[in-house]
Design a binder for this molecule. Structure first.
Ligand SMILES: NC(=O)c1ccc[n+]([C@@H]2O[C@H](COP(=O)([O-])OP(=O)(O)OC[C@H]3O[C@@H](n4cnc5c(N)ncnc54)[C@H](OP(=O)(O)O)[C@@H]3O)[C@@H](O)[C@H]2O)c1
Length: 151
C-alpha cells in the first residue's frame, strides 16, 4: 500500500488515536473513516482536533487497513512468502504532488520504484516488516530503511 509518514498515529491528535487502534475488520476501518467524513461534513472537525489536511486521516485509514489485513493473513502469508506492508515512499515528483508541494529535489516515480521493488522481492521473508509502515530509504541506492512506528 502506498501510504505516507502521515499514516502514523504520530500525525494525529492523541485524543483521536482510539478511533484507528486495534480495529478488527476492514468494515471497522470503513466505519472509522466514514465517521471522520461525517464530522467534516457537519463542520465539527476542527473542534474535535481533526487535522485540516485530508492526507493525514486518509493515510491513517490506509495504514489501519493494512494492519487489519496483516493481522488476518499473517501466518499464511509468512508461510507463503507474501509481504503486506504500508510504504512511506517520501516525496515523489508526480502530477498529484506537483500541484501542492515544492518538488525541488524530489525523484521521479521510476527512481523510487527501485527500493520498493527491492523490498517486495528481497524482504518477503523478513517478518519484522510484515504489516508495518516502512520508510523507503534513499541513503544507499536500492535499499529500504527504517520502520516508522504506528505511534
Ligand atoms: N507523490 C508523493 O510525493 C507521495 C508521497 C507519499 C504518498 N503518496 C501517495 O501515493 C498515491 C499516488 O499518488 P501519486 O503522487 O503517485 O499521484 P499520481 O502519479 O498523480 O497518481 C495518482 C493515481 O491515482 C489515480 N486516480 C486519481 N483519481 C482517481 C479516482 N477518483 N479513482 C481512481 N483512481 C484515481 C490516477 O489515475 P489516472 O492516471 O487514470 O488519472 C493515478 O494513477 C497517493 O495515495 C499519494 O497520497 C504520494
Amino acid at each position: 500500500m502506498v501510504a505516507s509518514r502521515a499514516g502514523s498515529l504520530r500525525a494525529l491528535a492523541p485524543a483521536l488515536h482510539g478511533r484507528f487502534e486495534n480495529l478488527q475488520t476492514l468494515d471497522d476501518v470503513d466505519r472509522a473513516v466514514c465517521a471522520w467524513r461525517d464530522i467534516v461534513r457537519q463542520g465539527l472537525a476542527a473542534g474535535q482536533a481533526w487535522p485540516e489536511w485530508i492526507n493525514i486521516p486518509s493515510k491513517i485509514g490506509q495504514v489501519a487497513a493494512v494492519r487489519v489485513l496483516a493481522r488476518q493473513r499473517r501466518a499464511e502469508d509468512l508461510r507463503r512468502g507474501i509481504l503486506i506492508a504500508a510504504i512511506s515512499p517520501g516525496l515523489i515528483d508526480t502530477g498529484a504532488s506537483r500541484q501542492w508541494l515544492d518538488m525541488t529535489g524530489a525523484p521521479p516515480p521510476d527512481e523510487v520504484a527501485i527500493p520498493l521493488l527491492d523490498l517486495a522481492l528481497e524482504a518477503a521473508s523478513d517478518a519484522a516488516f510484515y504489516g508495518g509502515l516502512i520508510n523507503l530509504g534513499r541513503g544507499e541506492p536500492g535499499r529500504f530503511r527504517t520502520l516508522v512506528p504506528w505511534i
